[in-house]
Design a protein around this ligand. Sequence first.
Ligand code: TYD
Length: 201
Amino acid sequence: MRGRLIAVEGADGTGKSTQARLLADRLGAVLTREPGGTPLGEMIRSMVLDPGGERPVDRAEALLIAAARAQHVAEVVRPALDSGSDVVTDRFIESSVAYQGYGRGLGAAEVAAVSAFATDGLAADLVVVIDVDDGTARERLDGVLDRIEQAGEDFRSRVIAAYRDMAASDPDRLVVVDGNGSVEEVADRVSVAVADRLGGA
Ligand code: TYD
């Protein structure tokens, strides 16, 4: 049986990477992330996120992330799904729609079309959007910020609004989980949401 693809999404500082790891543990799923997930993808991740060096223009940023996604899907995600494993990915297409489509202002439909080309039509079976209070997100956003995290408050507000919009317009595939509270509390909410939608979490 083909595995299920679950994307864990959210704005920066929502704790989604921790939750992606815990969900993958609970499901016995392959854990991976974007941009990255392959050697080429990790190189592209550095090009896009490391604050040093030439800043990619917005369209180049979108295309570089899409190129990393194409490699990731072909080399990691599809083979795992085809072998029957579930896959949990820390970010996927919805990140591009939120950050490049809404955040950078490139347009949701355009960016979604680029991603659809990159994945050859593969989309997540379920997208878990972790949503936290603004104050909590700020507290969790400590340390060195990557280039995109440095984009500023207006950009961050557009990204947060994008996830809420996407979830409202595709409620069967996107589920918003309250990310406030302890790591374990949130992990339990994520597991319940996944079990409700897909069974067996
Ligand atoms: P993130 O997943 O938050 O990693 P970390 O936990 O190490 O900070 O960082 C990835 C960054 O890449 C984040 O700022 C969002 C950005 N990004 C996009 O802008 N578009 C995308 O399609 C993806 C996958 C990520």
